[in-house]
Design a protein around this ligand. Structure first.
Ligand code: SAM
Length: 247
């Protein structure tokens, strides 16, 4: 018989929207702190890199889906002038609620707007943005192909879809050390600090291991209608930025 926590993990891994939303709601308060701690502060440089290679110009309109507490949106906003805009969307109210004070503190209210929305049903017309982007979010969306297509739908011709996601290191020795940390140590620290009843930090490595590898992801993005799909790995392959262009 399955235990409650096994049922919970199964619901998370099948990306049941309600379970995913509740999970992020339950860790929203400690999300940023744990990101910095568990990634040894690398997470900020990964988002900064994704924004840099996205090809944004100062007046670009960017959509950051699954924006959470807004860190990727903040990275993009630093590359924009007064005519540029980042819209950050997420379906977890609590994550957005923790993002808002960060935006206010940095006086970025004119450059970043947050809205509550499901990535699978974005409330924007076709071609509304020049870049749609996501960091560590698309892995949690119930239908990956539909999520990528929706991100593609809202950018105009020649627009970019930029996806930053965890990936698996290729160096044999580093991979073994990293996996020990990622699958054993990280969940333990996450559980202790978040004190959440939902085991978000066991779900994290499991969902990463189930996510398509770099080449499969490239093919998937092409199958979703994007062209010139490229990817850049960072920090020995722990994360990858995938970029595709809308024809
Ligand atoms: C790991 S967090 C990433 C947050 C942020 N992008 C970052 O870089 O830290 C994943 C976010 O995706 C959101 N999310 C997952 N599936 C979603 C969906 N279908 N629609 C909207 N948001 C979703 C969650 O609510 C959560 O805030």
């Amino acid at each position: 018989m399955n235990t409650n926590s096994e049922i919970q993990q199964e619901e998370l891994l099948t990306k049941k929207a309600e379970s995913i939303r509740n999970m992020f709601g339950s860790i929203a308060m400690v999300y940023d702190f744990l990101n910095a701690l568990l990634s040894l502060n690398f997470d900020k440089s990964w988002r900064k890199f994704a924004a840099k290679v996205s090809g944004v110009k100062p007046d670009t309109k960017v959509l950051d889906v699954c924006t959470g507490t807004g860190d990727l949106a903040i990275s993009y906003s630093k590359l924009l002038n007064g005519n540029g805009l980042v819209v950050g969307s997420d379906y977890c109210h609590d994550m957005l609620r923790h993002g808002l004070p960060k935006i206010r503190k940095r006086h970025l209210e004119n450059k970043i707007k947050l809205i509550e929305a499901d990535t699978l049903q974005l409330p924007f017309r076709n071609n509304a943005f020049e870049v749609s982007t996501v960091a560590f979010g698309i892995r949690n969306v119930a239908d990956l192909d539909a999520g990528i297509k929706e991100m593609g739908r809202v950018v105009g011709p020649n627009g970019r879809v930029v996806i930053l996601e965890f990936s698996q290191p290729t160096n044999f020795l580093f991979k073994r050390i990293y996996f020990f940390y990622f699958t054993r140590i990280l969940p333990m620290i996450g559980r202790l600090i978040s004190k959440s009843k939902i085991d978000a930090y066991s779900y994290l490595p499991q969902s990463v291991l189930a996510f398509p590898d770099k080449l499969s992801m490239k093919k998937k993005m092409e199958a979703c209608g994007l062209e010139d799909v490229r990817f850049f790995t960072r920090t020995l392959g722990i994360v990858t930025v995938h970029i595709g262009k809308k024809p």
